[in-house]
Design a binder for this molecule. Structure first.
Ligand SMILES: [Zn+2]
Length: 267
């Protein structure tokens, strides 16, 4: 699933192609991609609008429109936005007035888009941005206080902090040497500080490497990202810990596979 580094990479690479352009047409191959409106209503509201900015909140992409409305896109499990025709799995195409086309590629069809008058209604349910000024070690400590859920599950909870998913949670916990099943509230002040630093580090490195193409994520150019080359535990099934050589383990935490080193990240 695209996480903060993947969505931010898409935002940065699409931005110069879309800002200042108007939507001139829409095509759909999968009607379930539009929420909260019929395809006709969605099209008639969106066509003709100018895109004045491209933002991101957590894993949501926000196309700000001249009317004050916003087109929100969530790529969910397998979505990506392409500037060239990916040929397969195209569920929608957004045509712009200069001939640019944005192809919504989505093999598993979980991706969604909708129009809203109030983009805050997206942000309202989300915790602070993982790379934002509002997310400090102190804020993280307050949010974890007396929580009994596994730290891995808490990091993936978008209401606690926005942008982190399975891959970067595993990487951050490895870097901070914290076992994924530790109760959130059991972390010491020192561990919380380490974890906060680790979260911001893995996300920044992930953005620099243009996201992780472990599965179905691609950049708008159709090229893969390279962040997964640097992963030390995430998706490293059957490999050994890069620090101590112990075989990595994979356990389910709230139904998600979590990779960790049983020696470096003690229970
Ligand atoms: Zn290890």
């Amino acid at each position: 699933m695209p996480e903060l580094p993947e969505v931010e990479t898409i935002r940065r690479e699409l931005e110069p192609h879309v800002v200042g352009r108007s939507v001139s047409g829409l095509e759909f191959n999968w009607e379930g991609i539009v929420r909260r409106a019929s395809l006709e209503e969605f099209s008639s509201r969106l066509i003709g609008q100018r895109i004045i900015g491209l933002g991101r909140r957590g894993k949501y992409l926000i196309f700000r429109l001249s009317s004050g409305q916003a087109l929100i896109i969530h790529l969910k499990m397998t979505g990506s936005l392409w500037l060239k025709d990916p040929e397969k799995f195209v569920r929608a195409i957004i045509h712009l007035d200069d001939g640019t086309n944005i192809y919504f590629r989505d093999p598993r069809k979980f991706g969604i888009m909708w129009l809203t008058d109030d983009e805050e209604s997206v942000g309202g349910k989300l915790g602070p941005e993982a790379l934002g000024k509002g997310f400090t070690a102190k804020v993280l400590a307050a949010k974890l206080k007396s929580r009994t859920a596994p730290i891995k599950a808490l990091l993936c909870d978008q209401g606690l902090v926005a942008g982190i998913g399975n891959m970067y949670a595993d990487e951050a916990l490895f870097l901070a040497k914290i076992h994924p099943l530790r109760a959130g509230g059991s972390l010491t002040e020192e561990e919380v500080k380490r974890l906060h630093k680790a979260i911001q580090r893995v996300l920044r490195v992930g953005i620099n490497d243009k996201g992780a193409s472990t599965d179905t994520y691609f950049r708008p150019s159709g090229q893969p990202g390279t962040a997964h080359w640097r992963f030390r535990v995430a998706h490293r099934r059957g490999e050994n810990c890069p620090l101590c050589g112990t075989p990595l383990e994979r356990i389910p935490v709230r139904h998600r596979g979590s990779y960790f080193c049983p020696k470096c990240q003690k229970a």
